[in-house]
Design a protein around this ligand. Structure first.
Ligand SMILES: Cc1ncc(COP(=O)(O)O)c(C=O)c1O
Length: 440
């Protein structure tokens, strides 16, 4: 009898963990039970791929993946990046790199991140496996186990996976107020609520050109955010770690104006440590090369030395060193002004392409009265929806594939040609109306 009861309990627990899938056997340790990430984005993209095989590429709108497709719907690579990459000596491709990252790469990363907006502070970097690696290390090293990390209610879903995997939790504040501006009231309330319960607080801020909305905090928003952090940091038992995810910074507008907020990160108290999560995935169209960096900014030399030592240690324990070739690619480009200006010019062309596509969508959305979240720049536009899954499913009737997110539909404007962008907002508005009318 007792065996029966304990089996039932075990089965119930596993069923709970695995979202309904009953497992008879499980071997993983208790902290790893129930881990099973279903990736909406890659799932939707695979469905689009199947539709292409069935109906032909020209009949399908694939607005799922955050990667730039050119007007021939081929994954875009910045031409000078490709040329420089192909010319790298084999030694730079196959050799191990230093665990912290090659010094010339880190210097290039710091220069590219700040441009003319370098704050007056101690600054250092660690190479990471993409921006994802920077997020991973920050959560692992700066939040206590069991702590809660804060981000906005519209957020890139993997943030939650990083937190869960490292035994932390994720909570959210409301990103927009009624005027569709940054909601500093909700932000401040959540920061204070969490700091009342825990001493370390990581706040993930994905700006400029936020995924999934395309929103960017203004410089004025940053003044409010930093004033709030400074007020909270008066209690020196509290440590605040703004994790600024700048994955899309190179597609966010004029180079220095969209970086102006970075200058404000200088002169903060020692117990506020901004960490910038940088990536070559988007800026250099090198998604699969898995190369990024975390850059720490502090008024304290000791905090930055600790940042370097701690995160280098975690790199050793996680992936050792990262891809040498992409680091070499970046430093080669940054050491040659001609190459750099070519890359920047070619990247600007991709930015213009995305901008044009977004403009088509936004102007049509206005005409058909489709409400969308405030887009400033970047790879994605989001349309709020009550039942995103049902709307995305309905859009499949028109061979349109987008990603359902928590309370909306994410459209990857980086991936849809201008020709296919025409009519998209109208079809989404129609699908939403059908779903609404049928109370689905
Ligand atoms: C908001 C955001 N942050 C970070 C990343 C990290 O990308 P990667 O790990 O490829 O550098 C992505 C990638 O899609 C992203 O959308």
């Amino acid at each position: 009898m007792s065996t029966l009861i304990s089996q039932t309990v075990v089965l119930y627990c596993l069923k709970e963990c695995l979202g309904g899938k009953v497992m008879t056997y499980s071997i993983v340790a208790s902290h790893a039970k129930g881990k099973c990430a279903t990736d909406n984005i890659f799932g939707a993209s695979a469905a689009a791929g199947r539709a292409v095989i069935k109906y032909g590429r020209d009949k399908v709108v694939n607005a799922t993946l955050g990667a730039i497709m050119n007007d021939q719907e081929i994954l875009a690579c910045i031409p000078t990046v490709e040329k420089t990459f192909r010319k790298l000596p084999i030694d730079n491709i196959i050799s191990y790199a230093p665990i912290a990252g090659s010094p010339d790469y880190l210097e290039a990363c710091i220069n590219s991140t700040f441009a003319d907006c370098k704050p007056d502070a101690y600054i250092d970097g660690i190479a990471t496996a993409g921006g994802s690696g920077a997020i991973h290390h920050t959560i692992w090293n700066y939040a206590e186990i069991g702590d809660t990390v804060l981000t906005s209610d519209w957020y890139w879903a993997p943030y939650n996976v990083f937190c869960q995997d490292s035994l932390r939790k994720l909570d959210t504040y409301t990103l927009f107020n009624e005027q569709q501006q940054f909601n500093i009231v909700s932000f401040g309330a959540k920061v204070k609520e969490l700091l009342a319960k825990q001493n370390n607080l990581i706040v993930i801020i994905n700006t400029p050109a936020h995924n999934p909305t395309g929103f960017s905090l203004t410089d004025g928003d940053w003044d409010h955010v930093l004033a709030l952090f400074q007020e909270c940091a008066k209690d020196e038992t509290k440590k605040i770690i703004p994790l600024i995810d700048i994955a899309y910074i190179d597609y966010a507008g004029e180079k220095n104006s969209c970086r102006a907020f970075l200058k404000k990160l200088g002169g903060l108290p020692w117990n506020i440590l901004p960490i910038l999560a940088c990536t070559m995935s988007k800026s250099f169209t090198m998604y699969g090369q898995r190369t990024g960096a975390m850059i720490g900014v502090s008024s304290s030399k000791e905090v930055i030395e600790e940042f370097k030592n701690t995160n280098q240690f975690t790199s050793r324990a996680t992936w050792s060193n990262i891809t040498h070739s992409a680091m070499k690619l970046m430093s080669t480009i940054y050491q040659d002004k001609g190459l750099l200006s070519q890359v920047e010019q070619e990247r600007a062309e991709l930015y213009t392409l995305i901008r044009k596509r977004a403009d088509i969508f936004m102007s049509e959305a206005q005409t058909v009265k489709l409400h969308m979240l405030p887009y400033v720049a970047g790879f994605f536009i989001t349309v709020p929806a009550k039942n995103p899954e049902a709307v995305c499913e309905k859009l499949h009737d028109d061979n349109i594939f987008a990603v359902p997110v928590a309370n909306g539909i994410r459209i990857a404007v980086c991936a849809v040609t201008s020709v296919k962008m025409v009519g998209l907002a109208t079809k989404i508005a129609h699908a939403m109306q059908v779903i609404d009318e049928n109370n689905l």
